[in-house]
Design a protein around this ligand. Structure first.
Ligand code: FAD
Length: 470
């Protein structure tokens, strides 16, 4: 769809200079972290009709009011670092950029909470907290650019989630402008959980109160494993040491790590384990538990000089992509137990040419980032086929009780698989009550109808197409 002249003039009248329509801006907002092959425009209209730079609750309320009257789709976007198409329009309409939201920072020392606007970037927030001797409980590895609001809406986990949980576990209060225009503050977990992973489909987050913690120093240990089986056994053993974070790379990714950062790590599965340690005795106990765990799993312990250094690179995985000209990426959540079979399958389907990076999101599950890199620029057709192949393999994680990391656009229709059938029912009821015209980020979470054949869903079309890929 393209904005009709009378619709456009209504937005211009109320939003004025905050509406951008130049081609460069529209191109920039037509994608997120995932690099889309041009063929995808057959499936959806990813170039928006305009971009609104919103900066206040009033802006969001005005936008929803006009959007409802004119049935204009609204797609929220923060830093655009998520790679599942959540901030990309499905059928055009307006992108609402929330990065310029008025800055707010209120620290409550008694409750150990911080109240902020959704556009706070993790590294900026952490810097402020460190000044008070505090720290975020968990944060994504896109820490230097991702925002709090985008992380919550994406259903985020991250470094520290093994100990403190994901976004849902950190939120004490969430302020949202519902698509009806009402401003609501939620404090009940049942309400908040609806917004975590809902990709802005239920409203726009305008303020967040997060639980924070004391800034306890981290100690790091590293180890290596020979095979997926040994790795998975090792991860299970490591989970018993109650780590703060467990981050691991497969041998192909270790190769890139060595090339990019000038290391000489062994060509094996490498894991870095971090633990909060306040006293020397605690550190000794951690070392003892860690040594036992690795011995039981048959792994090898890395020289500690390496480990401290490697930990510093946890925010720089994207630098490893600079040696390739093109890439395709996906992310799944896997249970530690039994996921070795799935890792083996991924490796065999790509003849070993696959990069894997994992991070614990709880003591029992980890998120696995899957990259397929190419030394040359892929043709649009090749890239589309590769995307479909990766999509199908991501869905195959179901066989080992895994599921896609989040819905967004690519995995719209898989909300039930991620959060369970009861949550899906709750989500649908809530969506119907707050957004009957489906103007708040349509096409995400629940699968939209296929644009050119609207009796089938996009999920069905993509699943069918991917079926022929393996
Ligand atoms: C190198 C790299 C590492 C990453 N590591 C992690 C990780 O460890 N853990 C993790 O969870 N993710 C990770 N990600 C994915 C992503 O960076 C995070 O989820 C991030 O927090 C998203 O924030 P953002 O500001 O970029 O949101 P965007 O990408 O702009 O948006 C994400 C979703 O939120 C919606 N949204 C944005 N703002 C609002 C709002 N105010 N109200 C309602 N909805 C809104 C958008 O419509 C979209 O659906 C990583 C990405 C990269 C590139």
């Amino acid at each position: 769809m393209t904005l009709k002249r009378n619709v456009r003039s209504r937005f211009v009248r109320f939003i004025g200079k905050k509406l951008r329509e130049d081609r460069t801006t529209l191109q920039v907002y037509s994608r997120d972290m995932s690099d889309l092959p041009s063929l995808v425009s057959i499936f959806f209209k990813n170039i928006p009709d305009g971009v609104i730079l919103a900066s206040s609750v009033e802006d969001i309320q005005t936008i929803y009011s006009i959007a409802n009257e004119t049935k204009t789709p609204i797609t929220q976007r923060a830093a655009g670092t998520a790679g599942l198409g959540g901030s990309v329009t499905y059928n055009g309409g307006l992108v609402v950029d929330t990065k310029g939201f008025e800055q707010k920072f209120f620290f409550d020392p008694l409750e150990q909470t911080v109240t902020i606007n959704p556009s706070y970037v993790f590294s900026d927030l952490q810097r402020e907290l460190k000044l008070q001797g505090l720290s975020l409980c968990s944060y994504p590895s896109s820490y230097h650019s991702a925002t709090i609001g985008g992380w919550i809406a994406h259903g985020g986990h991250g470094i520290g989630s093994a100990q403190y949980g994901g976004a849902l576990e950190q939120i004490v209060e969430l302020e949202v402008v519902l698509p009806t225009g009402h401003l609501v503050k939620y404090t009940e977990r049942d309400h908040i959980s609806l917004f975590v992973g809902s990709h802005g489909t239920l409203g726009t987050i305008t303020e967040v109160t997060l639980r924070v913690k004391f800034d306890i120093p981290l100690k790091h240990q590293g180890c290596t494993f020979d095979s997926p089986e040994e790795l998975v056994k090792g991860l299970g053993e490591i989970a018993t040491t109650f780590p703060h974070s467990v981050w691991f790379l497969n041998p192909k990714h270790v190769e890139s790590f060595n090339e990019t950062f000038g290391y000489n790590l062994p060509n094996r599965y490498v894991a870095i384990i971090s633990k909060e340690v306040s006293f020397e005795e605690e550190e000794m106990e951690f070392n003892r538990l860690f040594n036992n765990a690795i011995r039981n799993a048959g792994g090898q312990i890395l020289d500690r000089r390496y480990t401290e250094d490697i930990w510093k690179f946890r925010f720089r995985s994207l630098s490893m992509l600079k040696h390739c000209s093109d890439y395709v990426v996906s992310e799944v959540i896997l249970p530690i137990e039994s996921s070795d079979k799935y890792i083996r399958k991924l490796i065999s389907k790509f003849k070993g040419n696959i990069h894997l990076e994992g991070e614990f999101i709880s003591p029992t599950h980890y998120a696995l980032l899957i990259y397929v890199l190419s030394e040359e620029k892929m043709s649009s057709l090749k890239k589309t086929l590769l995307n479909l192949k990766l999509f199908k393999l991501s869905l195959k994680s179901k066989k080992v009780k895994g599921y896609p990391y989040s819905t967004g656009l690519w995995f719209s229709g898989f909300y039930g698989q991620i959060y369970g059938k009861d949550e899906l029912r709750r989500y649908k009821e809530f969506k119907k009550s707050v957004d009957p015209k489906n103007i708040s980020n349509p096409g995400k979470v629940l699968s939209p109808k296929f644009r050119f054949f609207p009796i089938v869903s996009l999920k069905f079309v993509v699943k069918l197409a991917s079926r022929f890929m393996l």
